[in-house]
Design a protein. Structure first.
Length: 75
């Protein structure tokens, strides 16, 4: 398999997560990216393409919930 290239919104989301301290754990064969929040050990999957316009909002909400665990002391 060749190098995986992030495109468009997927690239923007992954770059935003990296600046917030998340780490890319792996790329799946289907082009999805598994990104891990090291302090909590929780992860999210960033899809290459989505079939639903709400999926990006849902992903951001999931990220907020994971990051809020640190503030609530539930890491």
């Amino acid at each position: 398999m060749g190098a995986v290239r992030l495109r468009g919104r997927q690239r923007d989301v992954v770059n935003e997560l990296l600046t917030r301290g998340w780490q890319v754990e792996r790329f799946t064969g289907s082009g999805h990216v598994k990104v891990v929040h090291p302090p909590t050990g929780r992860h999210v999957i960033v899809a290459m393409t989505t079939g639903d316009r709400r999926s990006w909002r849902n992903l951001r909400a999931e990220v907020r919930r994971i990051e809020a665990r640190i503030l609530d002391g539930h890491a």
